[in-house]
Design a protein around this ligand. Structure first.
Ligand SMILES: [Zn+2]
Length: 298
């Protein structure tokens, strides 16, 4: 069996063939060119599928945006990819190719990869959050993704943590991701120091040891914990998996772990805080796993 896995992010599309034992046989990366819009992106996806159609058994796709995973359709995408909302990925591919297609939201696909191959192995339940431009979320409950009634569950980035706070891209004010995302950290450092630094630069010794920068980082970690506190009270999860490049910083993950476990509440003391293990391959492997499962069930 051979699976074509495609992971569509805001800046890059990663794709390649995955073997039955989930070995990635080959992998490539091309720019998403998201600004050119959904139809252009769909043409790129078709180009990839056309190339591999003769040698594969199914197609697994992980993509940004809210996805109706039963129909393989984008039900909502932000303005980062204009006109992506409404694109019917599965239907478009199957008009041309007699192939099984599975489409899932990128954080859900990544959480699936963590459950099967990464930090979530051995857990029947966990929460997964990724920190970047925004904050993405996924719920792994009873050994599968919980999607909600209309495939929109797990939007942890839009929990309101600051009523009447900063305007969010979703139209509300005070959403978690406006305060806890990597972008929020970058903005807060700029406001405090006048310097525009990326996530990695903020944690270089030169800046990290600056008291002003450190205070901003510590406040930002408290913002991260504010959202996690809500989730721990709701779910009492055995494990929370944190992803996104910023979580590779040891100080961030260890401080989150320390501050959460300092709370004298059982659900806080018992939750394991883990760093995502799958890194760049999460989307492709999660998408491949979901496609293979769907093929085996069909
Ligand atoms: Zn929002």
């Amino acid at each position: 069996m051979k699976i074509l896995a495609i992971d569509i992010g805001g800046t890059a599309i990663k794709y390649g063939t995955v073997l039955e034992d989930y070995t990635i046989e080959q992998a490539f990366e091309i720019p998403t060119e998201a600004h050119l819009g959904g139809p252009h992106l769909m043409n790129k996806i078709m180009g990839i599928v056309d190339t591999y159609a003769a040698e594969i058994d199914c197609v697994g796709i992980s993509t940004a945006g809210q996805v109706n995973s039963e129909l393989g359709k984008i039900i909502f995408a932000s303005e980062n990819i204009p006109n992506y909302t409404g694109i019917e990925i599965t239907k478009t591919i199957q008009k041309k190719h007699h192939l099984l297609v599975s489409v899932e939201n990128d954080v859900n696909a990544a959480a699936t990869a963590e459950a099967k191959f990464g930090a979530g192995r051995g857990y029947s339940d966990f929460l997964c959050l990724t920190y970047g431009t925004g904050v993405g979320g996924a719920m792994w409950i009873n050994n599968k993704i919980y999607t909600g009634t209309h495939f929109s569950a797990g939007e942890f980035g839009h929990i309101v943590t600051h009523t009447g706070g900063k305007k969010c891209t979703c139209g509300n004010n005070g959403c978690y991701e406006m305060y806890a995302s990597t972008r929020a950290l970058v903005n807060a450092v700029r406001e405090a120091t006048g310097k525009t630094l990326n996530g990695r630069e903020i944690f270089s010794p030169e800046h990290f040891n600056n008291t002003t920068v450190r205070a901003v980082i510590d406040n930002w970690i408290d913002e991260i914990i504010g959202g996690l506190t809500t989730l721990i009270f709701i779910f009492n999860p055995p494990c929370i998996i944190l992803g996104g490049g910023i979580m590779n910083e040891d100080y961030v993950i260890s401080e989150i772990d320390r501050r959460i476990h300092a709370r004298n509440i059982h659900s806080f003391r018992s939750v394991a805080i883990k760093r995502a293990a799958m890194k760049n391959q999460a989307g492709m492997l999660g998408a491949a796993y979901l496609a293979k499962e769907k093929l085996l069930e069909s």
